[in-house]
Ligand binder design. Sequence first.
Ligand SMILES: Cc1cc2nc3c(=O)[nH]c(=O)nc-3n(C[C@H](O)[C@H](O)[C@H](O)COP(=O)(O)O)c2cc1C
Length: 223
Amino acid sequence: MRTDRSIGNGEPTADEVLRTTRAVRRRLDLERPVDHALIEACVEVAMQAPTGSNMAGWHFVVVDDSAQRAALGELYRRAWEDYRKLPIAAGNIRTGDPAKDATQQRVMASAEYLAENIDRVPVHVVPCIDGRFDRAPSWISVPMLSSIIPAVWSFMLAGRARGLGSSFTTMHLRFEEEAAEILGIPYESVTQVALLPVGHTIGDDFKPVPRPPAASIIHRNRW
Ligand SMILES: Cc1cc2nc3c(=O)[nH]c(=O)nc-3n(C[C@H](O)[C@H](O)[C@H](O)COP(=O)(O)O)c2cc1C
């Protein structure tokens, strides 16, 4: 597999897609509809992801109806209003490093924009997995959750390769049961894991972001 070509200059390489799939919020095209076939193609890619015991159990609820999106948007904003006041909210974290704090402020402003405009994003995708594991021990809940998250990330990567952008969001889960009611998801037996607001991106010149050196988080042979 090649690693030396650029997005916009022929087929992107796997590394390029992996390095440039960002949380896209402000650069989602709110006016341009997204063809359902494009979403289906991304789900098809996502379905190649690994799952515990090869159980799959995935569901992707694709919401392009404007009334349904408005209902989800109302939930999302209600959760956002509470979250933004918490010390763990991106904009309230103070690291002591001015550059990092400035980044956190930018993330917060971008997330604020999304909260304000989420119902205008052409498609909401709610990935779900069969089963509930709210009170399960980690040896159950971790494999359950890990059986859907790789598929969600694959969906986002497949979108990036097709000119679609999104952001992994979990805000609406605060009111998951209400979202289940809106979408007709059987809450007792199916767990929602995210809400991906999906649209065509405005431009596609997304860049890798600064991260610490890999060596700083690798624990070789032991912690
Ligand atoms: C588990 C998880 C939950 C997230 N929840 C939200 C959310 O509710 N709203 C939002 O705007 N972004 C959310 N994000 C996106 C992060 O803010 C974003 O990934 C992070 O700022 C890093 O940006 P990058 O993905 O472009 O590197 C979430 C990301 C993850 C992995």
